[in-house]
Design a protein around this ligand. Structure first.
Ligand SMILES: NC(=O)c1ccc[n+]([C@@H]2O[C@H](COP(=O)([O-])OP(=O)(O)OC[C@H]3O[C@@H](n4cnc5c(N)ncnc54)[C@H](O)[C@@H]3O)[C@@H](O)[C@H]2O)c1
Ligand SMILES: [Zn+2]
Ligand SMILES: [Zn+2]
Length: 394
């Protein structure tokens, strides 16, 4: 089959690789029909190289048609249409029972001390072959894949794999009071969808911050009060306090993560780690790694006293300097983590209707053949061509 593989920093290629096979009796093989490219993939493209091997298959936002099922799969049959959550979760362990599928105890990567395995996401998360490919082996076929109806285009359902549950959890963890206010830092796919969900669920004021013009204008069209970081780099906190009686917003969602614009020292450190031999780079990241913290620091500044910060952006540092004095003094609550995809599906599915209240049908800015994957990664990273969300079609 054809699959998009990681080869090195800013080097991904579509190659011919062996087809996946049923390995366990509850496996299913899915023929992928649409597969998203995520901001998380950009971390693999840029800074997480020490945790990948050339040839690793990327991608964790796929959907498609079941092609083959293992002998113990009863919940699905060939021909069924499914979306695959990005967490590999078993559905019946202590953590899955509590809706913490990103911590699944059956797939935790214990030798690395990390949570549930993820499709297409480094040795830290099990080095599981990903879904930017023609075919994907999906374990736990009776509980993991989300069965969806035939009929509407893939766009209607594909974001159940990541964008929708991640944005839903971001809003849930933000604990915005009814009619209250939230700042969303970063208006990529996750931030844009979180802003829509926050409005849909009754937030009174949603402030959005980014520095890419078309991302700002798209969110503004959704009813978000947008602030351009290029203009408010220094006075963002004051600008947001001006909108909220001097207090800051009740909640802040960080939908940026470790590669934030505006953190030059950590950016240099990331560049250096990327140049080291893998073993050294990996050790350095695990012991002394620092994130680019501009977004998280902004969150701490713009949230009101006693407010909540909900971190969806991925961080990976081990020695990040944080302003503990301010965090303690402001009595902040912070929640974070990979989305527990399966946990939110039942809440979201009723919104995926023809009325389309979250606007998923028109969410993708690009729909391109898998073979164009390498160019898509480049364009997406450089934020060119108005690219916000791309679905690759194998
Ligand atoms: N927690 C989860 O389960 C989960 C799931 C999916 C994605 N993510 C993470 O969420 C983050 C966003 O993902 P995405 O797909 O929307 O990616 P993206 O890279 O398209 O979006 C990030 C946005 O942040 C903006 N930005 C950069 N620096 C900023 C700053 N200092 N202040 C405000 N905005 C800034 C960028 O211009 C960009 O539009 C990434 O870190 C990704 O890894 C987490
Ligand atoms: Zn994703
Ligand atoms: Zn589990």
């Amino acid at each position: 089959m054809r699959a998009l593989t990681w080869q090195g920093k800013r080097d991904v290629r579509v190659e011919t690789v062996p087809d996946p096979r049923i390995e366990d009796p509850t496996d299913v093989i899915v023929r992928i029909t649409s597969t998203g490219v995520c901001g998380s993939d950009l971390h693999l493209y840029e800074v997480l190289g020490p945790f990948l091997d050339p040839g690793d298959i990327l991608g964790h936002e796929p959907m498609g048609i079941v092609e083959e099922v293992g002998p113990e799969v009863t919940a699905l049959a060939p021909g069924d249409r499914v979306v695959v959550p990005f967490n590999v979760s078993c559905g019946h362990c202590y953590m899955c029972d509590r809706g913490l599928q990103s911590q699944c105890e059956t797939t935790q990567v214990r030798e690395r001390g990390t949570g549930a395995s993820l499709f297409g996401y480094t040795k830290l998360y099990g080095q599981v072959p990903g879904g930017q490919a023609e075919l994907l082996r999906v374990p736990f076929g009776n509980t993991l894949p989300i069965k969806v109806p035939h009929g509407p285009a893939d766009d209607r359902f594909v974001y159940l794999s990541d964008v929708l549950p991640t944005a839903w959890q971001a809003v849930e963890y933000a604990a915005i009071p009814p009619g209250g206010s939230v700042t969303v830092l970063g208006l990529g796919p996750i931030g844009a969808m979180a802003a829509r969900i926050a409005r849909h669920r009754g937030a009174g004021l949603v402030v959005g911050v980014d520095l890419v013009p078309e991302r700002l204008s798209r969110a503004a069209a959704d009813g978000v009060k947008c602030l351009d970081l290029r203009r408010h780099g220094k006075d963002l906190g004051d600008a947001i306090r001006d909108l909220t009686d001097g207090r800051g917003t009740d909640a802040v969602i960080d939908a940026v993560g470790m590669e934030a614009h505006g953190a030059p020292v950590a950016k240099a450190a990331h560049g250096m780690v990327g140049l080291l031999p893998d073993a050294l780079g990996e050790r350095l990241m695990e012991t002394m790694g620092v994130d680019r913290l501009a977004a998280l620091r902004a969150a701490i500044d713009v949230v009101r006293r006693g407010g909540t910060i909900s971190v969806s952006g991925v961080y990976g540092g081990a020695a990040d300097p944080l302003p503990m004095l301010t965090m303690f003094d402001k009595q902040l609550q912070i929640r974070m983590g990979q989305a527990n995809v399966r946990r939110w599906v039942d809440d979201i599915l009723p919104l995926l209707t023809d009325e389309d209240p979250l606007g998923v049908d028109g969410f993708a800015t690009h729909r391109l053949p898998l073979e164009e994957g390498p160019q898509v990664y480049k364009t997406f990273q450089q934020k060119q061509d108005g690219m916000i969300k791309t679905l690759l079609i194998p």
